[in-house]
Design a protein around this ligand. Structure first.
Ligand code: ATP
Ligand code: MG
Length: 460
């Protein structure tokens, strides 16, 4: 009882009563770095007598000289009070009600100061599922100190007051940012048990920020990694996608494996990261995605998953063929099996299956360069994704560079050039010989001929 009261008063024993307040001269972040929309939200709340701060990733990123992805605001106004003040806003979420404010294309997430969840479970502001009846937690509003204490890492518990241009630092986050250390607020093991996803977040932020994980924050992870099995698939998938599509996927997956967190989510990393050839492919695939993300282009989860699972699928395909199955049947069985096996770990939405399979199925078809086949392939709705995948394979040493170059030229060539580029029929050799020859070179892709005339799969 006494501890309960103490926790209530002191925010579970880990919230200091006052923050360290840094003036502009000490951090150099002027308010013009904040989006006009977030500024307006803070000003409106302030003028109505509430506290309002830019919080979380945005403050951290500005402090590190990065451009924030988005701006979140924390306030002591309740969702209804926020709604009443700001017209273009909407309350979302059931368990944790937060307010979305819209200006132009921008959305600002406004959250009321929250105390930690007394049940000691995860407390992710982004979660909106609430089927378990614990709506109680919805309104565990708290003080500013409690709000800081329930956040995960010290660098994520920084608040920026746009009016005074001050940073409020409750847990030494400014110092940690300077030293590039990721440090859990409170007792790390307790906080991971409350919400195991924080382990994945540790790996993600270490990779994204190029931070070192503080030894005490890192130490409990190997023993607690198994707790990830208890996290609902959809949340795990979201968190993994944040890691893979962050622009730092390559460092991210290495960090995952270094912390032993991959077993439950991406078990293939063991075989990939221990094999130089596969590593080269992974490097090509992730590097490519990272570059796309960094240049503001879209990156597709399906493409990423197709890459991560490629070797597993290919090995199974081959095993099925060696067991005597016809190539096409073997391919389909291997694809299904690969996706099912993966789903036992990190379940991803089935809507990606179609595209993943198409990318895979197209690969052997790139090997045929005579007759009408190349034209048919060009006309395939997923040609582009298949071609991009081929380029990555070539860069990773998994397909001949000459083949990728041929397609690069062929796709852009005029009709006469294309016709001249076609290999003579039969030049690609009879099926049996090709297969033997390819095997003797150690390549694993089952024959091109095998997958030649598959029906075009339906788009996913
Ligand atoms: P990013 O730039 O990658 O979005 P972020 O810090 O904004 O980084 P979010 O996942 O958007 O990360 O979360 C916003 C803030 O909410 C975090 O900075 C952190 O303070 C808090 N938070 C989010 N998830 C958790 C969690 N699982 N446990 C504790 N605090 C969390
Ligand atoms: Mg964020």
């Amino acid at each position: 009882m006494i501890t309960r009261i103490l926790r209530k008063v002191f925010g579970r024993g880990r919230a200091p009563a006052t923050p360290r307040i840094l003036p502009l001269e000490q951090h150099g972040i002027t308010r013009d770095r904040i989006s006009p929309c977030a500024l307006r939200v803070c000003r409106t709340l302030r003028e109505a007598g509430y506290a309002a701060f830019v919080v979380g990733g945005a403050v951290r990123d500005m402090l590190l000289g990065r451009t924030p992805k988005d701006f979140d605001v924390a306030t002591d106004a309740t969702p209804d009070e926020i709604r009443a003040l700001i017209r273009r806003s909407r309350i979302i979420g059931r368990r944790f009600r937060i307010v979305h404010v819209y200006c132009g294309g921008e959305t600002i997430e406004v959250t009321t100061f929250r105390a930690s969840n007394p049940q000691g479970e995860e407390d992710d502001a982004e979660r909106v599922t609430a089927e378990d009846g614990m709506i109680l937690r919805d309104n565990v509003f708290g003080t500013h100190a409690e709000d800081a204490a329930r956040r995960d890492f010290t660098v994520n518990a920084l608040y920026y007051d746009p009016e005074r241009q001050e940073i409020w630092d409750w847990h030494g986050g400014v110092e940690d940012a300077k030293r590039r250390v990721l440090r859990m607020i409170g007792d790390p093991a307790t906080r991971y048990k409350e919400d195991p996803v924080r382990m994945l977040r540790a790996a993600r932020f270490a990779a994204k920020l190029d931070f070192h994980i503080d030894p005490a924050t890192r130490a409990p992870i190997p023993q607690l990694a198994h707790l990830l099995a208890r996290i609902p698939a959809a949340r795990l998938f979201d968190e993994m996608m944040k890691l893979l599509l962050s622009g730092h996927a390559e460092r991210g997956v290495r960090q995952l494996r270094a912390e032993g967190l991959h077993h439950g989510v991406l078990p293939m990393l063991d075989t990939i990261l221990d094999d130089p050839a596969r590593q080269a492919f992974l490097h090509a695939a992730l590097h490519d995605t990272d570059e796309r993300v960094r240049h503001g282009q879209s990156a597709s989860p399906a493409f990423m998953l197709a890459g991560l699972l490629w070797f597993d699928m290919r090995a199974l395909w081959r095993a099925h063929q060696e067991a005597g199955e016809p190539a096409l049947a073997a391919l389909h069985a291997a694809m299904e099996e690969t996706l099912e096996r993966q789903r036992e770990r990190l379940a991803f939405p089935r809507r990606f299956d179609g595209m993943i399979k198409e990318i895979w199925q197209l690969q052997p078809r790139f090997e045929s360069r005579s007759g009408a086949r190349p034209y048919r392939l060009l006309a395939h709705p997923r040609y582009r994704a298949g071609y991009d995948f081929l380029l990555i394979r070539a860069r990773g040493g998994d397909a001949p560079q000459e083949l990728a170059d041929w397609w690069t030229r062929f796709q852009d060539a005029d009709e006469a050039t294309r016709a001249a580029m076609l290999l003579p029929a039969g030049a690609e050799g009879p099926r049996k010989r090709r297969r033997r020859k390819r095997r003797s070179r150690g390549a694993e892709t089952p024959t091109a001929a095998a997958a030649q005339e598959q029906p075009h799969a339906t788009a996913g």
